[in-house]
Write a protein that binds this ligand. Structure first.
Ligand code: ADP
Length: 500
């Protein structure tokens, strides 16, 4: 038989390459890596702020320095113009106009502007304002003799205060008669810049300290819910998965995290529960045949017996062992069905051939109860599937049909190429049927609609669960319809292969 040998095929699970992914990071990096997020956040934030403040301060200083310099130069130009207006020349000699006996450059001097009128020979004709002792740098005069104006700096004698000088030629009709030099102390400018530096040196660190404290406070506040989530999560152990993070959190990132965690817990709890239930149910199912075997052996060993009696007992034991073997195989399959990627071996097959084989296997059992199995099959039904598992699916359905049908009943197997790319198989029996309220439960693991009858027939309550899983693992589905007392129909839909 083509499919009979396939029952015992064993699927091996791929060995996962679960290698230890150790990181090799320098010590200082790993320290930074392990510092709390709130500290790291604040550090980055303060670092960025410091950078911005330093850049801003430097720009402010440069702009102010530039502006003040320009202001001084503009003032000096104006003073030079005003001086030129009151300087006269007679017979090649320069002199300053007087008003009521007072030199007209005196008001400029009173405003703190240094004014010198120098003749072509380098002799100072007249001077006003501060820094009288200042010796003019020679280039202040040489450039003017060539008709050029010049800005330059000098230091006051004694205290060394820097002075900005502006020297312009005094000329009439293209002839240079001397120079006008005006100057102004740069001390006020320097003082302003110095004050600014002082303010910045004070404000920047204070701002950084306040920002760090504020940043740390805000980061703490923002991360507080995460701490709460962590603490709550730590309290939940594998033993008590029914607990949830009962946190009144808003619908923000942390709230979503907590809700996701809760959903994960619910799934875990369900999986744990299923696992426990499965183990408990499986042990329960295994206990019954073992107890029967133990009982039989006990009775047999009670007193010395004839050889035929031993044969009888061994025959009973063999039946129980067969039943146990079937049960263990089913359990194994069901356990594998829960694996993340259950092993399905897929190959092209003809469902008609497969159904024929299954029906042939079931016929002896059916005819022992006087039940007839009739097939209505098309010529061919091609699909891709796992022959072992599909045989198991239809064997389970036919086995149930035989189990739950009275003597002399009828079992019919219809198969057809359904609409779309579907192969449809109906297993119809004229058996006891399933009450409406139990119909929705029959595909659950270890569920028996009629406990006594099922057990008496050697059922374990996992046949349909397994059959449904096989149909779904193939991308198909399974449904049941029943009328108590009249019979049941099981509908199986499997994706057919277009190659057919
Ligand atoms: P079991 O091993 O008990 O037959 P199954 O999972 O195969 O377990 O079936 C679950 C329950 O569904 C059975 O206990 C039985 O009560 C009911 N059932 C399954 N197939 C039929 C059927 N063809 N007719 C009537 N009842 C059925």
């Amino acid at each position: 038989m083509r499919f009979s040998a396939l029952f015992t095929r064993d699927g091996k699970e791929g060995a996962g390459g679960n290698r230890d992914a150790t990181r090799h990071v320098p010590l200082y990096m790993s320290r930074l890596w392990n510092t709390p997020i709130r500290v790291r956040l604040t550090l980055w934030y303060v670092l960025l702020l410091a950078l911005i403040l330093v850049l801003f301060s430097a720009m402010l200083y440069l702009i102010l320095d530039n502006g003040l310099d320009r202001q001084v130069d503009d003032d000096l130009r104006l003073s030079a113009d005003q001086t030129r207006d009151v300087v006269r020349q007679e017979y090649g000699l320069l002199f300053v106009q007087r008003l009521e006996g007072e030199s007209e450059i005196a008001p400029l001097g009173e405003r703190g502007i240094l004014v010198r009128i120098v003749g072509r020979d380098g002799q100072v004709v007249e001077s006003a304002g501060p820094f009288r002792a200042l010796k003019l740098p020679p280039e202040a005069l040489t450039s003017t003799l060539l008709g050029q104006s010049l800005f330059l700096e000098a230091n006051a004698p004694g205290d060394g205060i820097p002075i900005r000088l502006y020297s312009v030629p005094y000329q009439e009709n293209g002839h240079v008669y001397g120079s006008i030099v005006v100057g102004q102390s740069l001390k006020p400018t320097q003082d302003t810049l110095h004050d600014l530096l002082l303010i910045l040196a004070l404000v920047v660190p204070v701002t950084l300290v306040v920002a760090s404290a504020g940043g740390l406070f805000l980061a703490n506040r923002a991360l507080l819910p995460i701490d709460r989530v962590t603490k709550a999560a730590q309290r939940i152990s594998a033993q008590d998965l029914s607990q949830r993070l009962d946190l009144a959190l808003p619908v923000d990132e942390v709230g979503r995290l907590a809700r996701t965690f809760n959903d994960m817990l619910a799934r875990l709890e369900y999986a744990f529960h299923r696992q426990r239930q499965f183990t408990a149910d499986a042990s329960h199912e295994l206990r019954t045949p073992l107890a029967i075997m133990k009982g039989n052996i006990g009775v047999a060993l009670n007193r010395p017996r004839q050889g035929t009696e031993y044969q009888e007992v061994l025959g009973d034991l063999e039946e129980e062992v067969d039943r146990l073997t079937r049960l263990v195989e089913d359990l194994l399959l069901l356990a594998r069905a829960d694996a993340p990627q259950p092993m399905l071996h897929s190959e092209p097959l003809d469902l008609v051939v497969l159904l024929d084989v299954v029906a042939d296997q079931m016929r002896p059992l059916a005819s022992a109860k006087g039940i007839e199995i009739t097939l209505h099959l098309p010529h061919q039904l091609n699909l891709h599937g796992d022959p072992d598992k599909l045989v198991r699916l239809f064997l389970n359905l036919l086995d149930n049909a035989v189990k739950y049908t009275h003597e002399g009943g009828q079992i019919t197997l219809h198969a057809q190429d359904g609409p779309g790319e579907w192969a449809e198989v109906d297993v119809v029996d004229t058996g006891v049927g399933i009450p409406e309220e139990q119909l929705s439960h029959i595909f659950e693991r270890f569920y028996r609609a009629d406990e006594a009858r099922s057990r008496a027939e050697g059922g374990s309550g996992i046949g349909l669960a397994l059959a449904k899983w096989i149909a779904e693992a193939h991308g198909g589905s399974m449904q049941a319809q029943s009328e108590p007392g009249k019979g049941s129909t099981f509908f199986v839909r499997l994706p057919s292969s277009s190659a057919g």
